[in-house]
Design a protein around this ligand. Structure first.
Ligand code: NAP
Ligand code: GLV
Length: 313
């Protein structure tokens, strides 16, 4: 097979890892640096955030291997043909990092670290700020996939009661509880003192983090969103924080990235902004997974991580 590679903003380590693992039997072209790319001979692309014209002329393309867990950008790509198979990364070293990110946010919320930071600014010895214990701080995870499941396991080991919510039924190891479907969402939200969004961004989940959902969370709940910016209605979050119903938010992803300097999240005293760094795919693991998927395709098997384009993930 012949491959075309594009990865926005990478240092070359991923390209080198893919090249090394692909070996001599395949040809790999680098969209950014190679000239005279035989577009009509390209069978598959390996990409992260390719430019709008990227797929033009790739008339014989059958597969796109996404260098990411989330494929929302790719499925909306203006030149991606509708019939091409899209394969995404599963974990690839991201789940551990995501668990750390969620643990950080949960500890921040549970131990009232924002209140201590604010007290410090005013040189206040706020001995009366009291935190709940981990076992009293209920964690709700929207999404029980490769990342949500790992977050659930890690936070459960840290003593938090954990519930996951997904589309289809799951059997997760006790004591993690698993709910699924629209009928259970209210029960799930009512019992989530810390809510982590690890859903894919699809038509069904666009704007899911809105006023209606926030009202169903217990007073003082804290939001952690490393999913996608499109899950969140920004103004609804600001209203929920300003009214005191939500105590804070840790946000990693935004409608437009980089987050513009004027955005109110930057200066909001209850919001922590991180620049889409919650979990980065590990080059060697990503390359290994992509090669495994390529081998599956060549054997005529369905590669793990094949995206259901109708469902959107
Ligand atoms: P995944 O394995 O596909 O898991 C997605 C989960 O969401 C599944 O449990 C799925 O339910 C559930 N889900 C999807 N649509 C739903 C709906 N309409 N209602 C209820 N549940 C629904 O995805 P993943 O690998 O864990 O990644 C999740 C997301 O994390 C990615 O799509 C990406 O946006 C984000 N991400 C962010 C970063 C970062 O650094 N910030 C890094 C990596 C990924 P079923 O199991 O029933 O299908
Ligand atoms: C990163 O955001 C990913 O989806 O892998």
């Amino acid at each position: 097979m012949n491959f075309l590679y594009y990865c926005q903003g990478e240092d070359g380590s991923l390209l080198n890892a893919v090249r090394e693992q692909l070996g001599e039997s395949h040809r790999l072209f680098d969209w950014l640096n190679d000239t005279d790319i035989p577009l009509k001979d390209i069978d598959a692309a390996i990409v992260w955030l390719p430019p709008d014209e990227f797929f033009n002329g790739l008339d014989n393309l059958t597969h796109v291997f996404a260098l990411a867990a989330g494929v929302d950008h790719l499925l909306q790509h203006p030149s991606l043909p509708a019939e091409v198979n899209v394969v995404r990364l599963r974990d690839a070293g991201m789940a551990e990092q995501m668990a750390e990110y969620a643990l950080y946010g949960t500890l921040h919320a549970q131990r009232k670290m924002q209140e201590f930071s604010n007290a410090q600014i005013n040189h206040q010895w706020s001995h009366d700020i009291s935190a709940k214990a981990a076992f009293e701080t209920r964690l709700g995870i929207l999404g029980a996939g490769a990342l949500g499941t790992k977050v659930a396991q890690r936070l459960s080991l840290n003593g938090y009661p954990v519930k996951c919510w997904s589309r289809s039924e799951k059997q997760l190891p006790s004591p993690i509880q698993s709910l699924h479907g629209q009928d259970t969402i209210d029960e799930f939200l009512n019992q989530s003192d810390v809510l982590v969004c690890l859903l894919p961004l699809t038509e069904a989940t666009q704007g899911i983090l809105n006023s209606e959902l926030f009202e169903k969370l217990p007073p003082g709940a804290f939001l952690i969103n490393p999913g996608r910016g499109g899950h969140l209605v920004d103004n609804d979050l600001i209203s929920a924080l300003d009214s005191g119903h939500l105590s804070g938010a840790l946000l990693d992803v935004f409608h437009n990235e980089p987050l513009v300097a004027e955005h109110p999240f930057w200066n909001h005293p209850q919001v922590i902004v991180t620049p889409h760094v919650a979990a980065k795919s590990v080059p060697a693991k990503s390359a290994e997974q992509i090669i495994y998927s390529i081998n599956c395709v060549e054997r005529g098997e369905t590669p793990p991580g094949l995206v259901n384009r109708l469902r959107g993930y």
